[in-house]
Write a protein that binds this ligand. Sequence first.
Ligand code: COA
Length: 263
Amino acid sequence: MTHNSKQDFSKQVAIITGGGTGLGKAIAIELARRGASVVIASRKPENLNSALTEIVKQNSSATSFQVDVRKPDQVKALVEFTKSKFGKIDILVNNAAGNFLIPSEKLSPNGWDSVVGIVLNGTWYCSSFCGQEMIKQKSGTILNIIATYAWTGAPGVVHSASAKAGVLAMTRTLAAEWGKYNIRVNALAPGIMITEGASKNLLFDTEDVQEKILKKIPLNRFADVNEIAKLAAFLCSEDASYITGDTMTADGGRWLSNGILSL
Ligand code: COA
């Protein structure tokens, strides 16, 4: 692709949490391909290494940093590392997530803490530490990856739905507070992507289950991580310069298709 003026990310510095796998990795690849200096942040060194290898294979480059977003000290270290290496932070993508299917009555306090800790607290720690830098810079953009069940709720994922609803409220709140610093904060709610993490944890790794889900998706297919990554890049780009506090939904129409009639 030739770089056009507004979606060219050269001279931009981006942190992608959960950037070692799935959608996070696809977003990291997309931003790096368009010229950004990308820091992929993730808990597992093996995921960081394989993501870096893949980015290099595509003739781009990135840097990695090991972090558990549930730990404020580690998030602070990530932000300090990025600042000392690149001098600034333009883009934060809060993509790190944890999830598993479980009936609410069976969810333990530890299971709740684990998912809410990653999704809600982790998004806050990253937004807070990066936000302080962005406020000093008087520019920045934050993108939070959520899910449509942030506003619909969904059986089997009370921890994740509650946390993502919190992230949606955080998105709007920070957009309202930080607009005056020229910081945009948005959310992206992708539909189902068959990534390794998601299909294993949410148990849609069999053809049987996938067939059933497909019937509920008006566009009749799962999302491709690369098409969602392009939307993430758009929301982080200058082309989206007047969008803040918004949520873009890209789920093939799935959340609208829970009517009584199945036509
Ligand atoms: N079913 C039921 N309970 C589960 C579970 C599952 N599949 N996975 C974790 N838990 C519970 C554990 O039982 C534990 O609670 P307990 O001490 O009461 O038994 C608690 O969650 C924490 O478990 P732990 O193994 O220490 O997890 P963790 O905090 O290291 O990581 C996840 C848990 C959910 C974050 C883990 O699955 C993960 O790392 N996922 C990343 C990938 C992912 O989920 N991506 C989301 C794509 S949508």
